[in-house]
Structure formats: structure tokens, C-alpha cells
Design a protein around this ligand. Sequence first.
Ligand code: SER
Length: 391
Amino acid sequence: MKTEHIVRTFVEYFEERGHRRVTGSTLLPPPGDPVLFTTSGMHPLTPYLEGRPHPLGGRLVNVQRCLRTTDLEEVGDPTHLTVFEMLGTWSLGDYEGPQSLDWGYGLLTEGLGVDPGLLHATVHGGDDRTGPDTASLEFWQSRGVPVELTVEDNWWSNGPTGPCGPDSEIFLWSGDTPPRSTPTRDDRWVEVWNHVMMRHRRLDDGSLVPLPQRNIDTGLGLERLASLLQGGSSVYEGDVFDPWRRVVPPMWPLEESSLRLVYDHLRSAVVILGDGVRPSNTGQGYVPRRLLRRVLTVLWRGDPSRSLEELPVELVEHTLDHFRQPMDPGDVRGVLLDEQRRFGRLLDRGRQVLTRPRFRGPLGEDDFHYLHDTHGLPRELVMSLRQEQRG
Ligand code: SER
């Protein structure tokens, strides 16, 4: 089952149940938002979760690209990507949690053919803020799906303040043995769909107050679900990575963990550039710059003659097409090459500066500040150059 088919099935399923599709889903958050990039499907909908009437009504569905740099160190594991797509549904003060879970279960098992025996749910077990989520627990019990109760893992918020609430997560078994254990004890249970009962708002002082309406916010990780339905054991085995897996390894023979970093970071950088961001030293632009530098560091570690010049424009085009971005692939590739040249020059300068006697011994905070402010060398880069010099 191709990714495009999953998206269509999802959207149609919820449209048939009265949801209207929200379009306009770039990585750039709405104006005035303090966050650099959209991190979840609910993010652009925050004002409506807080009570403003949405022009399309109280039942919404969408496909939202998201970017999470908090997960950067986890990239390369089977489930985390920097840029990923989230299929989302919302009830803005309309239906309640059990209805949302019922549709979620129905779509997975009937719409997408998932074996119900491969599902596990988790539910909020209650704490001093809120009672146990018995409605979700009873729903899963009525369907015969095993449930694990947790506290921290079943509470969702998009930041320290704002809309939040208990959630019920749906996990799919990815192992090649029959399912066993529970999601918190065995990571072969992969979280695919989170249903948040978003009815609280956290204030600056940490207290919770009820939102003006009881919402449901759900998010399904598209690449995770697609790769599992396609029989893969990691997100990189899904069809969206097919062209990358075909083209990159013969060109740059790297070990699997480095290949995954290259696929993830290059693809993410292309999507960010495709949304109109240009590399820079601060703010949004620093994210693609950092991603590309991590890629180049991995490539040049094995062979300094490797170059993004070798990257076929078709890979850029495939990614821009998938995300329906109108940017010219040649222009995006041009930005990648400019960044490569700039990083190459920075490395040359860094190597030269670090041979000075002052930088031979242990470096103090003053040295790091000087290297950064005078020579534009970030700490991360200084550390890796020193490692290289120590050989
Ligand atoms: N906001 C929740 C999440 O990102 C559900 O959409 O997981």
C-alpha cells in the first residue's frame, strides 16, 4: 500500500464522517508564532482549539508536514525523522474521545487492513491533576485491544503552556514474532496514532484551567504507518525513501546509520528550502545549515572528495513533488551547493586557526566565544576539527 493511497484513504474516511479538509500546510508557523517551525498538526490550529470558531466548522482533517529538531539525536533509529508528515483530525468542541478512538480503530483495521491482533493501546491512568481516562479504557476493552496505563507518557502538550490533555496512543507491533509485552517495555511496539483529549490549558504558573470547549486532536505519523504497512522495520524502508535507497548507497557507500542520517537530513533540508527558507546563521535558516553540515561531516569523514554535486536533481525533484512544493529543483540544488562551498571554506579557515599555539591545549569558554565571534566557528565544529587534528 503506497503512501499516497494511505493519505487518500485517511482523508476520505474522515470526510465521509463530516470532516472538512484544511489546506495550507507549510513548515512555517502562522505569523506571530514564537516557534521556528510547525511541530505538529495541531500547531496552526491553536487559536481554534482555544475557542475561536473555525471557518470550516468543528470537524477537521489535514495532512501537515512537521519538523522536530528536538529529535535530531534520535534520527537514524527506526522511527524518528526530522521532517515528517502527520495525518490529523480534530473535533473542535464536537465529538468526544471514544468516538475518535472508534474511528481510529475502524480506519486502521477495516480501511487499511491492519490485523487487530497487532494493536496495543495506552491510556492515561490518572494523577493528582486529572482522574483516569476511563472512557478510553472502556472503549479499548470493548474492542479487545490490550491497554497499558501510564501517566507521563499519556499526557500531551505542545509546549510548557497552552492547550494540553490526556491522550490515548495506538501502537502497532513491528516485530517478526507474535506480539508480546507492552509499549513501555518493548520498543517493537511503534506508536502510530495519538488521540489527545485536549480540554485543558496550562498557564504560566503551571496550573491547569479548562479550555472553553472539549476538543479532540489526533495525529498519525504517516511515514511510520506506511513503512509498517509495507512490511519495513524502519521508516527508511517506506516507499517515500525508495529513490534515496536506490541512488545514494552506490554513490556514497556508507554504513546504515550514516546512510539514514544522509537520507533524513538531505530530504529535510530540501523540504525546508522548498518552503522558502534560506540558510543563515540564526533562526529558521540555521536549521537547514546545521542539517547540511551534519551531512557533509559524515560524507567527508570517509572521503573528502565526496560532493553534493553528485546528488542527482531527480532526488530533489521527487521530494519537492511529494510535498507539492512549487520551487524549482535546480534552484534548491544550487542552494545546497552554495552551502557546501561555504562550509568547505569555513573548515579550511577553522583548521588553520586551530593550529595556533593558543588553541593547542584545553579550550576555555573565552576561546569558544572568540572562535565563534571572530572566525564564525560554532562550538560543535571546533570540537570535531580538534578531534580530526588529534587524529
Ligand atoms: N498533537 C498530538 C501529537 O502531535 C496529536 O496530534 O502527537
